[in-house]
Design a protein around this ligand. Structure first.
Ligand SMILES: NC(=O)c1ccc[n+]([C@@H]2O[C@H](COP(=O)([O-])OP(=O)(O)OC[C@H]3O[C@@H](n4cnc5c(N)ncnc54)[C@H](O)[C@@H]3O)[C@@H](O)[C@H]2O)c1
Length: 315
């Protein structure tokens, strides 16, 4: 049994990851500041449903002293760092939230690992580091020096900072570039949640880039498999894509939601938003070879699972 410090444990990916770790018998130390970026009630309900009896340590990772105090007496084997200020569009409005939670927060976690001699660090990066990469699918060997949002820039900065800690202090670091994750208990700022809510309420949805956007939507259970595998393999230093590797157009995504809900969307066509990338597509050959990563959930199944969860949660 390992003890894993999991930051962002009240978040979408964090809570599912913590649940899977606990189910297999690992000890999870969950940490989160329940940031108000989206409905805090959803975070509390998520923790209650997925992590019964787990007391989340409510600490802000940007407060280095508080972090040290909160974890002072706990022996930790591995860190799974998923806390972040997420969201691309919000980074245009509030750049400092990203600088603080993502850059300073990650540095504090890396320093904490160094001070406490914790030798294993798995952290969330993002497909957004590929910027407007034209070559598809996106491979971890592609250049990632032209991010198109501050969110992406902080995620790339996290990868570089983690590399420094690996190089200088021998910290074993694995970065996971997640591709548009969706599923039950998902984030309300993401398309599946907001579209479902609007369609059921009979309200219009904004369809960016006139529906010609493509996203490599990846189901939460597949992502969690990749995170656990990265923790278990504990490679000295690696970066992996975790994506479904089957990009779908926004139009197909919306018609799949309509079928799952049995209701038509009122679509409002809009141009692409600043900071958005037109398409994402993960090359997962390396993740398959080194992590045994084989995503198994297609969008028809995944969206149905989400719709079922959404209806029961709202009810
Ligand atoms: N969901 C996706 O599609 C996706 C895609 C690419 C990358 N990611 C990355 O995966 C990770 C998890 O994303 P998610 O979708 O679960 O997002 P989320 O917002 O649901 O979870 C992040 C959690 O971190 C917590 N947090 C934020 N700032 C904090 C701070 N200063 N101190 C302590 N906790 C803090 C939040 O309260 C939240 O519960 C993030 O690093 C995100 O950038 C997610």
């Amino acid at each position: 049994m390992k003890t894993i410090l999991l930051t962002g444990a009240a978040g979408f990916i964090g809570a599912h990851t913590a649940q899977a770790l606990r189910d297999r018998g690992d000890r999870v130390i969950g940490l989160d500041n329940f940031s108000p970026y989206y409905d805090v009630r959803l975070k509390r309900d998520r923790v209650k449903a997925l992590l019964p009896n787990l007391k989340i340590i409510e600490t802000d990772i940007t407060d280095r002293k508080a972090l040290g105090r909160a974890l002072a007496k706990i022996k930790i084997d591995q860190i799974c760092h998923l806390a972040a200020q997420a969201g691309v569009r919000y980074s245009l409005e509030n750049p400092y939230a990203y600088e603080s939670a993502n850059n300073l927060g990650t540095l504090n976690l890396l320093e904490f690992a160094r001070e406490r001699e914790i030798k294993s660090f798995v952290y969330a990066s993002s497909s957004s580091v590929y910027g407007a990469n034209k070559k598809t699918p996106f491979s971890v060997t592609d250049p990632v020096d032209a991010p198109v949002s501050l969110y992406a820039a902080t995620k790339r900065a996290n990868e570089l900072t983690a590399y420094v800690y690996h190089h200088l202090y021998g910290l074993r670091c694995t970065g996971l570039r997640f591709f548009t994750v969706y599923g039950p208990w998902g984030r309300p700022d993401m398309a599946l949640f907001s579209f479902t809510k609007a369609i059921l309420a009979g309200e219009p949805i904004n369809v960016y880039n006139h529906g010609r956007m493509k996203r490599d939507f990846t189901y939460i259970t597949d992502i969690v498999f990749g995170v656990l595998s990265a923790l278990d393999h504990n490679y000295p230093y690696e970066i992996f894509n975790l994506g479904n590797s089957h990009p779908v157009s926004l139009s197909l995504f919306i018609s799949t939601i309509e079928s799952a809900l049995g209701k038509k969307a009122k679509a409002r066509m809009c141009p692409i938003q600043p900071g958005d990338v037109p398409a994402t597509w993960a090359d997962i050959k390396k993740s398959t070879r080194l992590l045994g990563f084989h995503p198994t959930t297609n969008i028809q199944t995944g969206i149905r699972q989400f719709a079922d969860w959404y209806r029961s949660y709202i009810a």
